[in-house]
Design a protein around this ligand. Sequence first.
Ligand SMILES: Nc1ncnc2c1ncn2[C@@H]1O[C@H](COP(=O)(O)OP(=O)(O)O)[C@@H](O)[C@H]1O
Ligand SMILES: [Mg+2]
Length: 220
Amino acid sequence: MKTSRRAIQKMSKLLFRESGNNFLDYSFYKLKVFLHVQSRMMFEKDFRLHKEDKALLLVLYCYFIQDHNAGAIIGLDINKGLLISGPVGCGKTTLMNLMPKSTRHKIKYEMIPTRNIVNNFNEVGFKVLEKYKDTKDYCFDDLGLEPTGCHNTKNCNVMEEILLSRYDLFKTKNVKTYITTNLNVEELEARYGSQFTSSLDEMFNHVRFKVDSVDKRKLG
Ligand SMILES: Nc1ncnc2c1ncn2[C@@H]1O[C@H](COP(=O)(O)OP(=O)(O)O)[C@@H](O)[C@H]1O
Ligand SMILES: [Mg+2]
């Protein structure tokens, strides 16, 4: 995906235009106000727009309002899901919770920490894998932080199994998957195999926070 200054400038020009009564969808200013209010309601916390995250937020905004035209400029494909990566505390989970609510619920997914999926697997077993073969969209939060699954002494790389079936669903039914992770592509490959990482470009728009992004948990 192109996130050069010129591409972002060109795209923001498109996004900043106001368009009649569809103003929420096309006003970055209103998005900021929305995030602020929504963040207060959901987390009792003020959302702050950090300068270094602005380009990334524009990219996500473009995705969530499903602006194919603006997306094409930076190589964002609205038909794919999102893989949001970046260091701990940079705001991945927060944005994936807030963004769908900013755009009249066009994009909906169930957000679920991968740790919960594996805990569930350990209790219930292989049946759990079936749940993610349905045509619902999911956001797997904190991919890579979950332990290896173990049910009745049988080990299983639960997320690897699930991700492979999500790829099949994407190919056959265009079912989307969203991911947040602290891992980079090499680490994802070590954990989930090359079959998964070779499908990354096909299945996801990879949106990266900078590796030196501030840990927002440490801010007042
Ligand atoms: N833009 C922001 N403004 C204010 N607080 C934020 C912002 N983004 C994240 N936070 C806070 O920082 C902490 C870490 O954010 P989180 O989304 O959990 O990070 P990550 O998922 O990348 O590890 C949370 O307490 C969250 O409320
Ligand atoms: Mg997180």
